[in-house]
Design a protein around this ligand. Structure first.
Ligand code: ADP
Ligand code: ZN
Length: 735
């Protein structure tokens, strides 16, 4: 069965109300309609669900969707029904009669999609029913759950392979947002995918803003941050249950509606918390990482990390839960060196040395990310082996507020001497803020009480404010010249390195924000400027309709759709049908009400506002892994390579950099080209890489590159990984 481009476009518009596919969506859909197995690795918010939902409309029969979260199934089905797609779910929340009714419907071929949990699929009565339902496609959502290497391993997923025996004809599409190569490999292997068409999108999330602030008082910092975003929903991630509770309490005290979510709560309480968040009844969830996968609320506008995540992968996944709808979202990490010290102490208690080593390395990478003055996006994507080449990403603190280095030798001497004097005078150490107060010559009560106003360092630092001294102190801690403060009463002392620096009068270089760096806020990636007053009004209408229908607000319309309405003021059905996210069904169900709201707004004396046309984000760049032959420029490279030219020669001839050529080749290898590895690297290099990748199985190229101390280029590593990938996949699929 083949479908024309126009037919797919038509289905996209009619049901989902969108005019264009997102990057890779069309390719994935076409591969699936070609009845190929598909492995789709796309970041959160890329629009994965549509990749199996739309084909289910185009093709005959039933698409069976395996999804790990019972709590979400109803939501997903509600969303589909709201766009006129006939879908249902079977799980333990249904009573026997309802389940039977749905089974009957399945036999009658009433549905295009059926959602089930994996444990259900493997029950003895389920598999035989499959034969009566005409299942033509199997979709495995959150496919990383099948891998023990991932963070959400579900043993039940392992048995999905047996499903294939019942459905030998049905192509399988596995979808995940996992960014780790090892897990990706494992998915293909464990599911027994047959020569899958692999699709790998860039993991950049252009609409997310990454910010890191020194942690002082996390609760207060969270309050300040959230107050600046008065309508927005968000998540505050904390390391412990106790802390979720204390921060939630602090937020509530500041008048911000907040609840907790952690594994210590019983299932019912957790479900209630999640529900309240999804339905916009509470604005903020203070959660441990137990609050994770399956938060498909599209309009999470911020994620705050009140404590340091244990690894970069976790940080990426957690921040990734914001901004699924593509509108701008902010990710704030509150960082203190003290968190690192605390985890290290905790790690020391782990008797398993190998595990300890891995955890320590991951923690180091996380701390590097937080302390870096380089673009955060580059750091994050580099961790996953992806290159970010733009100078200024426009969406991280280091790019928006560049820093400069300065000679802080005198300041370092003053601050360290002050710490030494204070200790000599009192016999114990004090915190940074106290030292700052001594330096600026403060007259606060503690100072007078301790007699530190009589020290020789009292008032010798009036050229800076107390806040500046604290920042200097934190940087000295990072450099290891002062001890990192931990605990409730964080005190600092000069380290041995600090003593040495003082004695030798060594130069100390620190960094600071550039004075003139406050750029006017440029339009942010993903932003849809609109009439904010009307938007609020539409939100209120949406909430009311959602409550009446018993669904979360985004099932009615997403914020994206509301913002489009609030900038183009549609006053008739035709104008409304042109709004993204308004398909036929939603137009019929809600179009009139929203048109009335717009005309009521204008009749109420509000002027129409003008907005510049939207700068639609360029499609995400495609990284490797398209099926062979699909990419013209890569094909040219391969031809030249097959004609005997080396990557360097090809690069010179084509006027491209070698790494691009190597990327093309890696891509071809992944797609199954049989090249000789010896044309890329020696046996010795190969064994070095093998060893290095083994140590770093769970991470990407950068750590391996660093581990090899840059001896082996990224290009070679990438090609090695491609060979390795293929060996892992094809070795077990019997293809
Ligand atoms: P993922 O599962 O990859 O995290 P979703 O399937 O939840 O992403 O989709 C994220 C959002 O993007 C949803 O609100 C969805 O309706 C929207 N979306 C999906 N495809 C398109 C498209 N082609 N055009 C516009 N919006 C889309
Ligand atoms: Zn940046």
């Amino acid at each position: 069965m083949t479908f024309s481009t126009a037919q797919l476009d038509e289905l996209l518009k009619r049901h989902f109300g969108y005019d264009a596919f997102r990057p890779l969506q069309r390719d994935i859909i076409e591969a699936l309609l070609d009845r190929r197995d598909v492995l789709a690795i796309l970041p959160t918010g890329a629009g994965k669900s549509l990749c199996y939902q739309l084909p289910s409309l185009a093709a005959d029969g039933l698409t069976l969707v395996v999804s790990p979260l019972i709590a979400l199934m109803k939501d997903q089905v509600d969303q589909l029904q709201a766009v006129g797609i006939s879908a249902t779910f079977l799980n333990s929340t249904l009573d026997g009669m309802e389940a039977r009714r749905r089974m009957d419907g399945l036999r009658e071929g009433k549905y295009d999609l059926l959602y089930v949990a994996p444990e259900r699929v493997m029950t003895p009565d389920f598999a035989p029913s499959l034969g009566e339902w005409n299942v033509t496609t199997l979709a495995v959502d959150e496919a990383h759950c099948i891998s023990e290497w991932g963070h959400d391993f579900r043993p039940e997923y392992r048995r999905l392979r047996e499903l294939r025996e019942w459905l030998p004809e049905a192509p399988v599409i596995a979808l995940t947002a996992t960014a780790t190569p090892r897990v990706r490999e494992d998915i293909a292997l464990q599911l027994g995918l047959r020569e899958p068409a692999k699709f790998l999108a860039s993991f950049n999330r252009p609409n997310l803003n990454y910010l890191v602030e020194p942690k002082q008082r996390a609760g207060k910092q969270a309050v300040d941050f959230i107050r600046k975003r008065p309508q927005a929903s968000g998540i505050v991630y904390c390391q412990s249950r106790k802390r979720t509770e204390s921060i939630a309490a602090e937020l509530r005290q500041a008048g911000i509606s907040a609840i907790c979510y952690h594994a210590g709560m019983d299932g019912e309480d957790r479900a209630r918390a999640q529900e309240a968040f999804l339905r916009d009844e509470v604005r903020v969830v203070c959660a441990t990482i137990a609050f994770g996968m399956g938060i498909n609320k599209p309009d999470v506008r911020f994620v705050i990390h009140a404590d340091l995540p244990k690894n970069v992968e976790g940080y990426y996944q957690e921040t990734g839960r914001s901004g699924r709808d593509g509108l701008p979202a902010d990710c704030l990490l509150l960082y203190s060196r003290g968190d690192v010290t605390k985890y290290l102490r905790f790690l020391d208690e782990n008797p398993d040395q190998a595990a300890r080593e891995i955890a320590r390395r991951q923690l180091d990478q996380m701390a590097d990310f937080a302390e870096s003055t380089d673009c955060r996006r580059r750091g994050l994507l580099g961790y996953f082996g992806e290159k970010w080449t733009k100078d200024n990403c426009g969406g991280c603190d280091n790019c928006l507020q560049p820093r400069e280095t300065w000679d802080a030798t005198t300041e370092a001497q003053k601050l360290m001497s002050c710490a030494i004097r204070v200790r000599q005078a009192s016999g114990y150490d004090f915190g940074l803020s106290h030292l700052a107060n001594v330096l600026i010559g403060s007259k606060n009560e503690k100072l007078l009480r301790t007699g530190h106003d009589r020290l020789s360092t009292y008032g010798i630092g009036k050229e800076h404010s107390a806040a500046q001294w604290m920042e200097i102190g934190r940087q000295l801690q990072r450099l290891g010249l002062l001890t990192a403060a931990t605990g409730d009463r964080p005190t600092v002392a000069v380290t041995a390195d600090g003593m040495e620096t003082l004695k030798s009068r060594a130069t100390v270089t620190l960094s600071r924000l550039m004075a003139a760096a406050k750029k006017p806020a440029a339009t942010r990636a993903g932003d849809i400027p609109c009439d904010e007053g009307l938007f609020e009004k539409l939100r209120a209408l949406r909430k009311q309709l959602a409550d009446e229908a018993g669904v979360p607000p985004y099932v009615v319309f997403t914020d994206v759709t509301l913002r489009h309405i609030a900038r183009s003021y549609p006053l008739d059905h035709r104008a409304m049908a042109a709004i993204p996210g308004v398909g036929e069904r939603k137009l019929a169900d809600y179009g009139g009400l929203f048109i009335a709201a717009v005309s009521g707004w204008l009749d109420g004396g509000n002027e129409k506002q003008e907005f510049p046309p939207l700068d639609l984000p360029a499609p995400a760049p495609r990284v490797p892994a398209k099926p062979a032959g699909a990419n013209g420029t890569a094909a040219i490279t391969c031809e030249m390579f097959e004609a005997g030219k080396s990557p360097a020669e090809i690069a010179a001839e084509r006027g491209l950099v070698v790494s691009t050529i190597e990327n093309h080749i890696a891509q071809a290898v992944e797609a199954g080209r049989g090249y000789d590895p010896r044309r890329f690297y020696t046996e010795a290099e190969e064994s070095q890489m093998r060893a290095a990748f083994n140590g770093y199985d769970d991470v990407a190229l950068k750590p391996v590159f660093d581990h090899l101390e840059g001896r082996i280029s990224y290009g070679k590593l990438r090609i090695f990984r491609a060979f390795h990938d293929r060996a892992a996949t094809s070795g077990h699929t019997g293809s």
